[in-house]
Design a binder for this molecule. Sequence first.
Ligand SMILES: Cc1cc2nc3c(=O)[nH]c(=O)nc-3n(C[C@H](O)[C@H](O)[C@H](O)COP(=O)(O)O)c2cc1C
Length: 214
Amino acid sequence: MARIDHRQTRRDYRRGQLRRANLAANPMDQLATWLADAQDIDHPEPTAMILATVGSDGQPAVRAVLLKHLDDEGPCWYTDSRSLKGQQLAVNPKASILFYWPELERQVRLDGLVRMLEPELADEYFASRPLGSRYAAATSHQSQPIDSREELERRLEAVRARHPDGNVLRPPTWIGYRLEPTLFQFWQGRENRLHDRFQYTREDGVWTITRLMP
Ligand SMILES: Cc1cc2nc3c(=O)[nH]c(=O)nc-3n(C[C@H](O)[C@H](O)[C@H](O)COP(=O)(O)O)c2cc1C
């Protein structure tokens, strides 16, 4: 017997449609438009993206990270390079990213190669973060085990005591990454599961758009 049974839970997607004529020639522009649409509807976290990485054992791992900036090269985020994702990216720089905005009945997938951002960008963004977040970044060795919440808070207090003036420096391991996409898929939910999907692939710097069956 299923513990939870959602076989009869469904909603129809009717909010919009995606036509080739309305697609931007450059998928980064299309992504920027959809991000702006998600911001316009007061989505609680329009810039949250699911990042999938694969280490040397071939086991994929996913987690949410926040998009911090998007440029012509791709979406950028910040994290601890010692984390699981950082370790996996060090051995296999390929990743896949998913944005999902349920209110808009849309998802976007990006595949590509990940590169570290220049440390100056991490310095600049780190310095702009709230003090509490800077203390936390200096406290946490992301993805490593710790005995208890109390131990974590003791470590935080020790960092605070070392930097009572709030002048906490960016740990060199706290850095930015950018995914340079070679593939995009834009998905707009449609009635009766006959969704619209368009894929962009790049060859010799030119993006080709292909409609995919849902
Ligand atoms: C909405 C949301 C946003 C997040 N944003 C970030 C982020 O920008 N950077 C980050 O390092 N972790 C972020 N996290 C935490 C990650 O999902 C993850 O737990 C952490 O990075 C460790 O992942 P790893 O062990 O797979 O490397 C976020 C979590 C959520 C739910």
